[in-house]
Design a protein around this ligand. Structure first.
Ligand SMILES: Nc1nc2c(ncn2[C@@H]2O[C@H](COP(=O)(O)OP(=O)(O)OP(=O)(O)O)[C@@H](O)[C@H]2O)c(=O)[nH]1
Length: 209
């Protein structure tokens, strides 16, 4: 807003997770503070400026499904993975299959990032729909253990009920991102980011991505 920000950084964040875990709900909650209820199935990139501890951060958030089987080797060409600085992996605490998918997603991301020699990959695992405790199928402890085992951060949240817990997810990720940036910077330039974003804006999600 004003020109007084001491530092401006961009943060490219990809939100992953199987169908209906609340990826869009979480993203829209962060962007607007609101929970709308229904979000459709459009793959989207959002841009959002936030002041964090005196720094202006431009969040570019790419919300896309990860339900397809991913043949080994494709990660080297996966622009979405290469584009991202950090990842939010979402599962629903009511859906064990969505939780089981997280390990595969972490492995996929780490393999892709290893390929471009990135030392640290900031990943946050998020158990969503905490408000539906009567339908819980995954305990908090399981989520925490998974995060510990994979070297990720962990949060349990309810996009439906709570804005602040969602804010903490994004803040935590940015903190890890800043740490990682002092170590390395990925080679992806602004041109490829613009290309990737254009590709997404011009197409709807299909099951054959
Ligand atoms: N009770 C509850 N429902 C939620 C929560 N988050 C999302 N939902 C609901 O779960 C459904 C799916 O939410 P979405 O945000 O569309 O999920 P998504 O992962 O983006 O889904 P896809 O685009 O199909 O992959 C919607 O009906 C939401 O209203 C939550 O924290 N609590």
């Amino acid at each position: 807003m004003s020109g007084t920000a001491s530092l401006q950084k961009d943060a490219n964040i990809v939100v992953l997770g199987t169908d209906s875990v609340g990826k869009s709900a979480l993203t829209v909650r962060f962007l607007t503070r609101r929970f709308i209820g229904e979000y459709g199935h459009i793959e989207s990139i959002y841009s959002h400026n936030v002041m964090l501890d005196g720094r202006e951060i431009v969040f570019n958030i790419w919300d896309f499904p990860f339900s397809q089987e991913l043949p080994s080797g494709t990660y080297t060409k996966d622009k979405r993975i290469q584009w991202a600085d950090g990842f939010i992996l979402v599962y629903s605490i009511c859906d064990r299959a969505s939780f089981n998918g997280i390990v595969r997603q972490v492995q996929y991301i780490k393999a892709a990032k290893d390929f471009i020699d990135m030392e640290k990959v900031p990943i946050v695992i998020v158990g969503n729909k905490r408000d539906l405790h009567h339908q819980r199928a995954v305990s908090s402890e399981e989520g925490q253990l998974m995060a510990l085992a994979t070297g990720c951060q962990f949060h349990e949240v309810s996009a439906a009920e709570n804005y602040h817990s969602i804010l903490m997810v994004f803040h935590g990720l940015v903190d890890r991102l800043q740490e990682g940036r002092s170590v390395t910077r990925r080679p992806t330039g602004i041109k490829s980011i613009v290309k990737s974003m254009s590709a997404v804006f011009s197409r709807r999600r299909t099951d054959s991505v």
